[in-house]
Each structure stands twice: as structure tokens, then as C-alpha cells.
Design a protein around this ligand. Structure first.
Ligand code: RTP
Ligand code: MG
Length: 140
């Protein structure tokens, strides 16, 4: 067991449908602590840079358009094995295949509009946290 930090986004589809509170409650109910967070309207540049690993894929341009279509909430979660624990809590990318009780099964609209993001590795978590947060914004 190790205490880790992971990076999470509540995506535009979920903010628009006023699911923010329910998603945060689900996260807290799993024992993950929210140690930093803020609402942002992503610019095209910010969204493109964040998803740079997907540049060239057919879903990249529509993904960037969707992620800039309305406000998001970016946050840092801390807890035991937080990276894996939060990925499990989110469910698979496609909500149709997501397990019962996962955030995407409960709330997601489609493969693209899937309500939440979570870092997929320690390296991603470090990069993504630094992409959006200053150390002074983290309340550990
Ligand atoms: P995320 O990065 O947002 O946590 O999601 P993920 O790891 O489950 O999925 P990833 O493969 O990293 O894809 C990033 C986001 O791009 C959108 N997407 N659309 N074929 C498609 O239409 C498609 N594939 C992926 C989703 O919003 C996905 O979360
Ligand atoms: Mg991913």
C-alpha cells in the first residue's frame, strides 16, 4: 500500500448536467481525499497540450472540441493506491462496458462524453498535476 496522488477532471458533460456533487460524493465515499481543485474553462491550447499523447488519432479534434465546450473541474485526489483506485472507480472509457457502480456506468453519455478523466500512471499523474496546479494550490 502506498499513498499516491492522481489527477482527475470532471468533464463538461457532467458539469452541464449538474452531476458535479454526485461525482465528488462518489470519490469521497471511496476514501479518496480531494486535496486541490478548481473550475476552469479550458482554452484550445490547454486541451490540445493536455491530450497531446492522442494527437493524430481520429478522435483527437472532436475530443479537444468537447473538452473546451464548457467548464471543467480539475482536481488532485490522494489516497492508498489512488491512481489505480480512481481508474477502477471511473470504469472503462466506453460507458457501455463499464462495471456497475462506476462513475462512467452511472453518469457517462458516450465514449467521448464520459464524465471524468483520471491519470493512467505515476508519470501521467505527475505531468498532469504540474500541468494544472502550482504547489501552493495543494492543500495536503
Ligand atoms: P481519460 O484519459 O479521459 O481518463 O480516459 P481514458 O484513459 O479512459 O481514455 P483515453 O484512451 O486516454 O482517451 C481520452 C479520452 O478521449 C475520448 N475518446 N474518444 N473513439 C473515441 O471516440 C474516443 N476514444 C477516446 C474520451 O473522452 C476519453 O476519455
Ligand atoms: Mg487516458
Amino acid at each position: 500500500m502506498s499513498i499516491e496522488r492522481t489527477f482527475s477532471i470532471v468533464k463538461p458533460d457532467a458539469i452541464k448536467r449538474q452531476l458535479f456533487g454526485q461525482i465528488e460524493a462518489t470519490i469521497e465515499s471511496k476514501g479518496l481525499k480531494i486535496i486541490a481543485g478548481k473550475f476552469l474553462q479550458l482554452s484550445q491550447e490547454q486541451a490540445e497540450g493536455f491530450y497531446a499523447e492522442h494527437e493524430g488519432r481520429e478522435f483527437y479534434a472532436p475530443l479537444v472540441e468537447y473538452m473546451t465546450s464548457g467548464p471543467v473541474f480539475v482536481q488532485i485526489l490522494e489516497g492508498e493506491n489512488a491512481i489505480t483506485a480512481y481508474r477502477e472507480l471511473m470504469g472503462t472509457t466506453n460507458p457501455e462496458t463499464a462495471a456497475e457502480g462506476t462513475i462512467r456506468k452511472l453518469f457517462a453519455v458516450s465514449m467521448r462524453e464520459n464524465s471524468v478523466h483520471g491519470s493512467d500512471s505515476q508519470e501521467s499523474a505527475t505531468r498532469e498535476i504540474e500541468y494544472f496546479f502550482q504547489p501552493s494550490e495543494i492543500c495536503a
